[in-house]
Design a protein. Structure first.
Length: 305
């Protein structure tokens, strides 16, 4: 194995730019070849690409419908290269690209042609960032964005999108890199779908809470109404005989008053359709007052006749 290949394999940290041609599978064979050739020309013209390649600090991995550029220079290198490519693609409207960037560990492998190749989390995460975007997007991992925030010129270009779910249910934090003539400021479709789903969940939760509250309020209202009716509404055809006062100066005649009330109660109780409230029945003050008012009204009506 060549010594140069062994040296590249031993490197473990890389800054990866993953590039993909959007809609590549829908193109004809001839158009696919033309799109790849056009992409290669744009990438080779990038200043960051030429600089890293001249210093032997760049590994190029073709992916069929795109490529992965692995920089062994600085965290800025893939971001700067993506900006240069994004600007150049504006002059090639038929070529739609999306890009993803991540810095992380990689493991060297040797392919069937005895050439150095890469695998590992650094490469996989860059591809996942790219998969979260649409045409024109330059999406960065949160780790790369935090590194770029140390440089003042990058801060206005970084826009946090939140979490995105990728393969195997893994959730990754994504940052969108764009400016006036660089990148794509539109929200990626995956995030739009996630936003709608969250809005639907919030609406469903709010609706359920309102329904539950409505049921509780209705239950309280019905219970309160039943209680009020049970207290305020006296039985139909009922009468209460109030105790008689002894107006005689002789207190020993008090039993006459009790006897008169007992006699009235006894005679009224013989009427089947009339409910007679005994003086021994403990009633609520409210019901007592209501019954008294009804008796006075009844007495007034009789006297009026």
């Amino acid at each position: 194995m060549p010594a140069e290949v062994k040296k590249e394999i031993q490197l473990e940290i890389a800054h990866v730019l993953f590039i993909d041609i959007v809609g590549y599978s829908k193109l004809s064979i001839n158009d696919q070849h033309a799109a790849v050739e056009e992409l290669n020309q744009i990438v080779r013209a990038s200043g960051q690409f030429q600089k890293a390649e001249a210093a032997s600090r760049l590994l190029k991995i073709p992916t069929g419908d795109g490529m992965a550029l692995v920089f062994y220079t600085s965290p800025e290198a893939p971001a700067q290269c993506a900006v240069e490519i994004s600007r150049a693609v504006k002059e090639h409207p038929r070529l739609q690209l999306r890009m993803g960037i991540h810095s992380g560990p990689v493991s060297g492998v040797v392919d069937v042609n005895e050439r150095a190749n890469l695998a590992g989390a650094g490469l996989n995460m860059a591809q996942r960032m790219m998969d979260c975007g649409d045409a024109g997007h330059i999406l960065l991992s949160k780790h790369v964005a935090e590194d770029l925030e140390e440089y003042e010129q990058w801060r206005p270009l970084l826009h946090d999108l939140g979490a995105c779910e990728v393969k195997h249910g893994v959730r990754v934090s994504v940052v969108n890199l764009y400016a006036d003539k660089v990148g794509n400021p539109q929200l990626p479709k995956k995030f739009e779908a996630l936003k709608k789903r969250r809005a639907q969940m919030r609406w469903a939760a709010t609706t359920a809470a309102l329904l539950a509250l409505g049921v509780i309020v209705a239950g309280i209202a019905m219970f309160s109404r039943y209680r009020i009716r049970s207290i305020l509404a006296p039985p139909e055809k009922s009468i209460a005989v109030l105790p008689f006062d002894n107006l005689s100066s002789d207190k020993e005649n008090a039993y006459f008053a009790d006897g008169i009330q007992d006699e009235i109660l006894t005679r009224l109780s013989k009427i089947a359709d009339l409910k007679v409230i005994s003086r021994r029945l403990r009633t609520s003050p409210l019901l007592y007052c209501i019954t008294l008012v009804r008796l006075i009204t009844f007495k007034s009506a009789i006297l009026a006749r």
